[in-house]
Design a protein around this ligand. Structure first.
Ligand code: ADP
Ligand code: MG
Length: 242
């Protein structure tokens, strides 16, 4: 069911949307070679169960709506869904809980995706500076970015050296390097991710904002590769078209 990037962007435009869904955002990113947990849309409890069985348990279920900005705050994320019955029940629970939390949001269904192994949570994003154009951001997830504002920024296009500096200049670097006997994250893989994101927004000037939050970063040699984005959000600019 993978759509080509041009079709995804055109469909959003035709619907008058600037915000792409998680399903659309991840399909776009995957087509650019960026590692994501691909999200597939279910529009019934039975479909959630059959998609989950195809993907393989455990899966993660999430509300699919471009009108719910913080899915987990609205009761829209269930991790550790272990079997088909739990997928069916989870589908109904998400619709009920999000319906209560955000009664005015229109809901497209529930997305189903594989559950990634835990890793060090980092965030990668882009914004567009009115004067300088697109900028890539990198930081550790959670309180590091929200409270400590511990983030690194560079202008697009990133060079190898920019990416190498970004992952190493945050104050939280020791967390990435591994604490208390935990193996460190594969910093080379994070550099490659930053370069891929830079190339992606450079190739798509119509993208105003990109948020990969969180990305799970893994030690070198991990079977999932160096890093995988488990949540993604693309925002298109108002005027420019591809
Ligand atoms: P939101 O940011 O809209 O609340 P997320 O998609 O980021 O929702 O999900 C919330 C949290 O659930 C993530 O920060 C992550 O810890 C966990 N999570 C989400 N998707 C996955 C996944 N595919 N595998 C493992 N954990 C996940
Ligand atoms: Mg998120």
């Amino acid at each position: 069911m993978s759509e080509a990037p041009a079709e995804i962007l055109a469909a959003a435009r035709a619907a008058g949307r600037t915000l792409l869904s998680e399903v659309e955002s991840k399909a776009l990113l995957a087509s650019a070679g960026i590692s994501v947990t691909e999200a597939r849309l279910a529009t019934s409890a039975d479909e959630a169960a059959s998609l989950a069985a195809e993907i393989g348990f455990p899966v993660v279920l999430k509300v699919a709506s471009t009108e719910v900005a913080h899915k987990s705050d609205a009761g829209g994320v269930i991790v550790g869904v272990a079997d088909a019955d739990a997928a069916r029940a989870g589908y109904e629970r998400i619709l009920a809980d999000v319906g209560r939390a955000e009664p005015n949001a229109s809901i497209d269904g529930v997305s189903v995706q594989r559950q990634a192994e835990p890793g060090t949570e980092v965030i990668v994003g882009t914004t567009s500076d009115p004067q300088f154009g697109p900028v890539v951001m990198f930081g550790l997830g959670g309180v590091f970015v929200e409270v400590l504002k511990d983030v690194a920024f560079r202008l697009v296009p990133l060079e190898q050296r920019d990416a190498a500096q970004m992952v190493r200049e945050i104050r939280g670097l020791p967390v990435l390097e591994g604490v208390r006997g935990q193996p460190g994250a594969d910093l080379d893989a994070l550099e490659r991710l930053l370069l891929a994101v830079s190339a992606f927004v450079q190739a798509h000037p119509e993208i105003a904002e990109l948020d990969l939050n969180p990305v799970f970063a893994y030690p070198a040699g991990h079977p999932d590769g160096g890093a995988v984005a488990v949540d993604a959000r693309v925002v298109l600019g108002e005027a420019v078209t591809a």
